[in-house]
Design a protein around this ligand. Structure first.
Ligand code: ZN
Ligand code: ZN
Length: 341
């Protein structure tokens, strides 16, 4: 049942990390969770860009500027970066060019079954988002046209304005709007994207969600967000996982807890019982003289360790049912049993 996951390959830009936002998540009530869920639009298939205002991004030639590849391309996880909280992790992003704005981040939610969270799952994701123009490859220049010096800023990439006040003259510099800080402009703008280097497009890809992920945790796919205009660094994709509960199991870290009820005689004499685990039914030995509330450990039957190779354990608590009605014969035998002990 557990599918082996491979995390070997790491793409330079597609670094993915798990961010723990447990604390914040746990205090949310179901109602609040629902509100949050609704707010993010929230299904794997329909997720869209959030906070999508103000991508005016510019510059930089990431080879992955187009954001996610189309069709068939999957993303591997590098579990090396696990952050304490969402914002603590943000700083890890590498910016290739400081004077340009990067593409917007995308936030989405995914609902996972208890088992999928335990073992990991590959999800098909479809996003309508800004990607690099496939004609000019994000540069914004019509193929074949050359670059020339920007006249607006005289090739400086920034425009200096002087403001005279009673206290003197103040000078301020801002990024040139015409060349987006590049100092150069294509002679002809790309017709396909209008020179911005980006277009809106459906982008489909598969995303491997690692086994061991827990409810409320967020995966960051570096560079998985919207492509930045004019070749700017793409934003990141944040995927928050919601794990459905399973009435049979309770999760505690990477361990699973469940309860099995046995008869009084089984507890006294010992027996073998079937126990439902993440791997399906397994046989568990009930030793002679098992006490109510006693816990037995099924080693490595729990949840996959998020960052390790092993699994947690499955802890089975035994409950002993005391019969409310017994036959005359059973009564006689128990009375005899009682008199002997
Ligand atoms: Zn283009
Ligand atoms: Zn300029």
């Amino acid at each position: 049942m557990p599918r082996p996951m491979k995390f070997g390959r790491v793409f330079a830009v597609w670094r993915t990390s798990i961010i723990r936002i447990k604390k914040a998540h746990q205090v949310l009530s179901d109602k609040e969770k629902r509100a949050q869920y609704d707010q993010y639009g929230s299904t794997f298939d329909q997720a869209g860009s959030q906070g999508g205002t103000g991508f005016g991004g510019f510059g930089s030639g990431s080879p992955f500027g187009g954001g996610f590849g189309n069709g068939g391309q999957g993303f591997e996880f590098d579990l090396g970066d696990i952050f304490g909280d969402v914002f603590g992790g943000g700083g890890a992003r590498t910016r290739t060019r400081t004077r340009t704005a990067r593409g917007a981040d995308i936030h989405m939610d995914a609902e996972l079954t208890f088992k999928d969270a335990a073992f990991g799952v590959e999800k098909q994701v479809s996003l309508y988002k800004q990607v690099a123009c496939d004609v000019c490859l994000g540069a914004g220049a019509e193929p074949g046209s050359s670059l020339k010096k920007c006249k607006t800023c005289d090739g400086q990439g920034q425009v200096v304005t002087n403001q005279r006040t009673i206290l003197g003259t103040f000078q301020s510099a801002s990024v040139c709007n015409d060349c987006h800080g590049e100092g150069k402009r294509p002679e002809k703008a790309c017709k396909h994207c209008g020179g911005n280097g980006v277009i809106k497009k459906h982008s489909e890809f598969s995303l491997k969600i690692p086994g061991g992920i827990d409810d409320g945790e967020t995966i960051r796919v570096g560079g998985g967000g919207e492509a930045g205009a004019h070749g700017a660094t793409p934003g990141d994709l944040y995927l928050t996982v919601h794990v459905k509960s399973d009435s049979r199991f309770e999760r505690d870290g990477f361990n699973v807890h469940s309860t099995v009820t046995i008869q009084f005689a089984q507890a006294v004499l010992g027996d073998e019982v079937a126990v439902e685990t993440l791997d399906g039914e397994v046989k568990m030995v009930i030793p002679e003289g098992t006490q109510p509330g006693q816990v037995f450990k099924l080693r490595e039957r729990g949840i996959k360790q998020l960052r390790g190779s092993g699994r947690g354990d499955h802890l089975v608590r035994v409950e002993v049912s005391v019969p409310k009605k017994i036959s005359r014969r059973q009564k006689e035998l128990l009375q005899e049993f009682g008199s002997l002990s």
